[in-house]
Design a binder for this molecule. Structure first.
Ligand SMILES: *Cc1c(COP(=O)(O)O)cnc(C)c1O
Length: 368
């Protein structure tokens, strides 16, 4: 059993391996540098845990990006100064904080940009923006290129406290749209349309996130794309080779791991006994009758990781068969190793579990 008891802090634990993190950061930065692409390191996947952010801050990203103003504010209060990029288009109501704590933000609404301009004027500062174009993924961004271009003109000619740095897009989020060379070329034409209108070159053409990084790896990224915003590909590429065909040779897949303690081990039927109604989350799962099986009960649950099909025991032969808010059930019938009460089980985790676990006050974060 893995009893990697690094400190005496109670379980469950989220283990963050800072050396492996730094290694992954360096690999991604090197690949992007070779393609003349600067990178915004996205820290939202682990909710900006400060020690991990320090690794990002030392590494040579052009910005550090997160979606929540609160994270940027808290990191700044901790003295972690970096060039922060707000990844989610700002709320009208947070304009004052955005210009105070973030250096640059992604934007898709002229009314909000005017509010940022007013806030920056009031604070005696200026704020940089990237205008987002929606190329079909249907989350944020201008749908109409003409509207984007005229917004760019307004910024350029009327808004003295806003600096238009460039254009960007986001793919592979809501609409599951794959970043392709054609999509990148669409973004470049939008950039060129804007450049014609404002009679100067844009500094940044931001081609997307980890899913666009795939084009860098297969060396098909069009030259004018010079910026990406990457989190998952650095932090948690456990399932990315399958999802995006990402080449993760030389990358660690276990920067973040999860540990929970066994509180019961018993042979029990695999099919519930009695009249089946609903589970603790109001659902009607299907149960397969596999006879009597050996199971371990662990002291962690959906309150911690939310999705029990996105965390994977390292213990050979073990499988997660279900969970409720505070319990997880592992089938251990096929494990060669003996599992007993008090043992610690380590899990590989994927991006969503990392996101939930790093935001959970019941989970102790351990750095190694
Ligand atoms: C989260 C986010 C990213 C980073 O995404 P990854 O898939 O983690 O690389 C980039 N851009 C925007 C707008 C985001 O919201």
């Amino acid at each position: 059993m893995n009893s990697n008891n690094i400190t005496n802090a109670p379980y469950p634990k989220l283990i963050v391996d800072l050396k492996k993190l730094r290694h992954n950061i360096d690999v991604v930065l090197e690949n992007c540098n070779q393609a003349n692409i600067s990178v915004c390191g996205a820290i939202k996947g682990f909710n900006g845990l400060p020690k991990a952010v320090e690794e990002f801050a030392q590494a040579g990203f052009s910005q550090l990006g997160t979606s929540r103003m609160r994270t940027i504010k808290e990191l700044t209060m901790l003295g972690l100064n970096a060039k922060y990029l707000l990844l989610r288009v700002p709320m009208l109501s947070e304009a004052d904080d955005v210009v105070k704590y973030a250096d640059i933000s992604l934007n898709s609404d002229l009314q909000v940009i005017r509010a940022l301009n007013d806030a920056a004027a009031k604070a005696g500062t200026s704020h940089e923006v990237i205008l987002m174009a929606d190329l079909g993924d249907l989350r944020e961004g201008f749908w109409d290129q003409e509207e984007l271009a005229s917004c760019a003109e307004v910024i350029e000619t009327e808004l003295d406290h806003i600096v238009l740095k460039g254009v960007g897009t986001n793919l592979g989020c809501y609409g599951s749209i794959k970043p392709t060379v054609a999509k990148m070329n669409d973004l470049i034409s939008i950039a060129e349309l804007v450049e014609t209108r404002i009679s100067r070159k844009l500094d940044i053409i931001s081609g997307g996130a980890t899913s666009s990084y795939v084009l860098v790896l297969d060396q098909s990224m069009p030259e004018r794309i010079n910026h990406l915003r990457i989190g998952e590909g650095i932090l948690n590429n456990y399932d990315l080779p399958e999802i995006w065909g990402l080449d993760i040779e030389n990358m660690y897949q276990d920067v973040f791991t999860f540990q929970a303690e066994v509180i019961e081990v018993r042979n029990k039927p695999s099919h519930p006994v009695g009249e089946i109604c609903i589970d603790s989350f109001g659902r009607k799962p299907e149960y397969k009758d596999r006879g009597i099986r050996k199971r371990a009960l662990l002291a962690a649950g959906k309150l911690d990781f939310t999705l029990d099909d996105k965390i994977f025991p390292k213990l050979e032969g073990a499988a997660v068969i279900g969970s409720s808010s505070d319990h997880m059930i592992l089938d251990i019938e096929d494990c060669k190793e003996e599992v007993k009460v008090g043992d610690i089980v380590t899990f590989h985790i994927s991006y969503p579990s990392m996101m939930y676990l790093s935001n959970d006050p019941y989970v102790n974060v351990i750095y190694k």
